[in-house]
Design a protein around this ligand. Structure first.
Ligand SMILES: Cc1cc2nc3c(=O)[nH]c(=O)nc-3n(C[C@H](O)[C@H](O)[C@H](O)COP(=O)(O)OP(=O)(O)OC[C@H]3O[C@@H](n4cnc5c(N)ncnc54)[C@H](O)[C@@H]3O)c2cc1C
Length: 507
């Protein structure tokens, strides 16, 4: 699936020369692989250059053991919202549809834990502490209105969800926005028929927003863009791929005719009038090769490290302007799924502190193989702090904090292994593009500038899509780039020979 071939492969017997032109795709994440797959279907000759030693990019399934049945954990993308049609279409197309299962998320298991001002409580018991905490917050800021219990329940639960999901730098601003903008709108809803949860006192936020779309219209862009994602992340309609999300990029790569060269880092791109030069490095060798078209899917912080020529000032500016939000995940391989004995069948806890969210993945491996626990999932400054630590220190800190909720972790031999990825600190990305906190027009302006091609250099990747930080965005962007290339005016083949080795070239 991953070859080390540095140059265009010669067409095999019966393989077309690629009459529509040669395309280099930079990056073997979902965007790059979907683009490569669709371009080959349109009769382009395609090769993919990937800097990392594995494909998949931010889709990364870690297996605690060498065989496919070993307990696994998702260190990158882990769930697919049921309304992400393009992603699900590829899953079906690649014959992964029968592996699609429900993904149990935050708030889905009443026995999971939630961190409140009164300490850790089970979600089923959380309404009391959350309502009291929320009333105290309103009193502290001398909020002028007094609200009925239903409105307080809404504010208390939404505040808890914001606290669990939002990065720290946005948390307080969003909580203030929701008190200022949302409570009065919600207080006007009568009757208020959305209580949920075994012990009541909890509001079904999805049902409420779905039945009253007007509430969202009264919110600022900052709050609205964030509400989209928190409603998605806590939605009951989330899916996963049993056996690992990495089956999606692997199946795509298996279907490609052209090479996917791993361990080949692109270090320069030169846009010329009739072609694009790509300079890449592997095992100390540098190669400069021309392509009729290039699709660049690498996140902008990685692109900024390349030597770029032929890009206009606005394009260079937007490479610096897109904000990225770091994310860190820490997972343990446990001797047994001890949380099940504690009544937790799946879903997640809001653990707060440095660790924020803890997920209890399904125990897919056979008996006696142990179970994977996604001990901590953080974003923003929380992720940056954990990311800067050595893995050893990071794992110890997560173990210490999480054992306050799950003391079973301290039993001798319970934690067999630990693994983590600090996405803000890898050479290939610094997290995901983040457009929270910007209004809709600003978001669209930035996206259009990020996606705009420069002659024959095209851009894809979640950061160039309308659904950033989701696989859906990677797929959407790839399809758009393919359409742009295929709609490009007829090409004139570059005169330069292919596979030129390190000339004193332009990139
Ligand atoms: C922790 C985390 C959790 C997430 N959770 C979800 C989720 O639950 N559901 C969901 O839908 N999405 C989720 N996402 C987002 C999703 O993973 C991404 O939106 C998507 O995978 C991005 O795909 P991409 O192809 O745009 O980028 P990438 O996957 O980053 O692909 C870019 C590729 O370019 C390569 N590259 C970089 N620099 C170079 C270079 N110089 N030369 C050659 N190659 C290079 C990289 O190694 C990488 O393989 C999550 C992301 C993270 C980090």
């Amino acid at each position: 699936m991953c070859s080390t071939s540095p140059i265009w492969h010669a067409p095999g017997p019966g393989e077309a020369e690629g009459p529509k032109g040669r395309v280099t795709v930079i990056g073997a994440g979902v965007a790059g692989l979907v683009a490569a797959y669709e371009l080959e279907r349109l009769d382009y000759r395609v090769r993919v250059l990937e800097g990392n030693t594995r494909i998949g990019g931010r889709v990364h399934t870690h297996r605690f053991g060498p065989d496919p049945g070993a307990p696994s954990v998702e260190l990158g993308a882990m769930r697919i919202p049921a309304h992400h049609r393009r992603t699900l279409k590829y899953i079906e197309h690649l014959r992964l549809g029968e592996n699609v299962r429900e993904f149990r998320t935050l708030l889905s298991d009443e026995n999971a834990f939630l961190h409140t001002a009164e300490g850790f409580v089970r979600i089923r018991d959380a309404s009391g502490p959350l309502h009291r905490g929320f009333r105290r917050e309103l009193a502290r800021e001398r909020h002028p209105a007094s609200y009925d219990d239903a409105t307080v329940a809404f504010g208390a639960w939404l505040t808890a969800v914001v606290g669990a999901i939002a990065p720290p730098d946005l948390r307080d601003a969003l909580r203030a926005d929701l008190r200022r903008q949302l409570l009065d709108l919600v207080a006007r809803i009568d009757p208020f028929p959305y209580p949920t949860g075994a012990a009541g006192g909890r509001v079904d936020l999805h049902a409420l927003f779905a039945a009253h779309p007007g509430i969202r219209a009264g919110c600022s862009g900052r709050l609205n863009s964030f509400l989209d994602d928190i409603l998605t992340e806590t939605s009951p309609a989330l899916l996963r791929i049993e056996g690992g999300m990495d089956q999606l990029p692997r199946r795509l790569a298996e279907r490609l005719r052209g090479p996917v060269s791993c361990g080949r880092t692109v270090v320069g791109i030169a846009v010329r009038e009739h072609d694009v030069l790509v300079r890449s490095k592997a095992a100390g060798h540098t190669v400069v090769e021309p392509s009729d078209f290039v699709v660049c899917t690498v996140p902008f912080p990685a692109l900024r490290r390349m030597r770029l020529t032929g890009l206009d000032a606005d394009k260079l500016a937007v490479l610096r302007e897109v904000d990225y939000c770091p994310a860190t995940k820490v997972a343990f391989h446990c001797r047994e799924p001890f949380w099940q004995a504690d009544g937790i069948a799946g879903g997640a806890s809001f653990t707060g502190g440095s660790i924020r969210q803890t997920y209890y993945p399904p125990v897919d491996g056979g008996p006696g193989r142990g179970a994977a626990l996604l001990a901590s999932y953080t974003i923003g400054r929380d992720a940056g702090r954990l990311g800067r630590m050595s893995p050893r220190r990071r794992h110890r800190l997560v173990l210490e904090e999480l054992s306050a909720v799950h003391p079973e972790l301290l039993r001798p031999g319970m934690v067999l292994d630990a693994v983590s990825t600090a996405w803000g600190h890898t050479p290939w990305t610094v997290g995901c593009a983040m457009r929270w906190g910007k209004d809709a027009a600003e978001v669209e302006r930035e996206r259009t500038r990020a996606a705009r091609p420069v002659h024959r250099l095209f851009f894809a990747g979640e950061h160039t899509s309308t659904t950033p930080a989701w696989i859906e965005g990677a797929v959407e962007s790839a399809l758009r780039a393919v359409e742009e290339i295929d709609g490009y005016a007829p090409i004139r083949r570059p005169a330069a020979a292919l596979g030129i080795h390190d000339p004193a070239g332009a990139c």
